[in-house]
Design a protein around this ligand. Structure first.
Ligand code: UDP
Length: 330
């Protein structure tokens, strides 16, 4: 049997590159399509690579004709919440308009399976602890709104055209490949765990805690951290679900367990054996106090069970990668 081919838009980025590795190890052919604005060429160590922009429908069309993918996984997006507030046009162009290009080219060439990187940011500021997929989607910033717009487009396309999709709403992606071949490397970096590890490694003087007066047990924000390899596994299961004829669906991807900012920092101290300087600072605008996902639907329908739910393992893989990448001597 010939291998099925997946086109991974944004496959040189953090989650996309772990996806490419997981798909490769599962026996798929992969084509990473990435403009390398945020992604890294050295993260694309498997499959084919096309240096291209999803804004360029002509180049996309050529890539689809050449590689004839059976499915698309779409990770190419801008993801900075704060920036989305000050420059919403960038988010609606890069996250919504360019996705329409991909969908049009898919229809032109008859590719019918689409896995979309959505986000818990589509839920806005939830009023309950565990959020399931039925929780109302009322995003509070242009980033979350842009992702919800694409979910809505996909629903309409599933009705009008022969194009099925799975929306995967990630909670907080974290961790790195267990062999430290690839990991998290954003520029600029805004995420808690890599920033804590930078402070651990002496690459930053300290880590700031954004708000200590939230209505949570220790006053800091609580998030649901999910290992990037567990996310990748969920994509593979979603893909098999579509290949087996499954209907278009949405799934939360989280561990259903929340950790505060202080707990994450303590965990990094334990994992690394290093002291970490902390500065307590103001709340960051737009941060919900608690975001924890109920992923029972992904367990029930896809058979997804995260293999690395322990925060120590998530932070531990990130720390191993961080040392290799930035400070081999530690
Ligand atoms: N956070 C923090 N200091 C930082 C970066 C993040 O206290 O330097 C907090 C942030 O306010 C949030 C949590 O850590 O409550 C996770 O933030 P991150 O940016 O990693 O992910 P988000 O939840 O925003 O997607």
């Amino acid at each position: 049997m010939t291998k099925k081919t997946i086109l991974i838009a944004g496959g040189a980025g953090y989650i996309g590159s772990h996806m490419n590795l997981a798909a490769h190890e599962r026996g798929y052919s992969t084509v990473v399509y990435d403009n390398l604005v945020y992604g890294h060429k050295n993260a694309v160590q498997w499959g084919d690579f096309v240096l291209g922009d999803i804004a360029d429908a002509g180049q996309l069309h050529l890539a689809f004709r050449h590689f004839q993918p059976d499915a698309v996984m779409h990770f190419a997006a801008c993801t900075y919440v704060g920036e989305s507030v000050t420059d919403p046009e960038k988010y609606y162009l890069n996250n919504v308009a360019t996705t329409l290009n991909i969908l049009r080219v898919m229809r032109e060439v008859g590719c019918r399976n689409f896995i979309f990187s959505s986000t818990c940011a589509t839920y806005g500021v939830p009023r309950q602890f565990l959020i399931d997929e039925e929780y109302p989607q009322t995003p509070v910033n242009p980033y979350g709104k842009s992702k919800l717009m694409v979910e809505n487009v996909l629903a309409d396309y599933a009705t009008a055209f022969d194009l099925r999709h799975v929306n995967l709403r990630y909670f907080n992606a974290a961790g790195a490949d267990t062999q430290a071949r690839i990991g998290e490397d954003h520029n600029p970096e805004t995420h808690l765990i890599p920033l804590v590890l930078d402070a651990t490694a002496g690459r930053r003087p300290h880590v700031s805690i954004f708000g200590t007066d939230y209505d949570t047990p220790d006053g800091t924000c609580i998030r649901d951290y999910i290992h990037v390899d567990d996310l990748a596994e969920a994509h593979l299961l979603a893909l098999e679900y579509l290949f087996d004829g499954g209907e278009s669906e949405s799934f939360n991807l989280g561990n259903g367990q929340g950790y505060s900012v202080k707990e994450v920092i303590d965990c990094a101290r334990k994992v690394s054996g290093q002291e970490i300087a902390v500065v307590e600072s103001q709340r960051r605008a737009g941060d919900p106090p608690v975001l924890v996902g109920n992923a029972e639907k992904a367990a029930r329908v896809l058979g997804w069970r995260p293999a690395m739910p322990r925060l120590e393992d998530i932070v531990g893989t990130a720390w191993t990668w961080h040392k290799k990448r930035f400070c081999e001597k530690i």
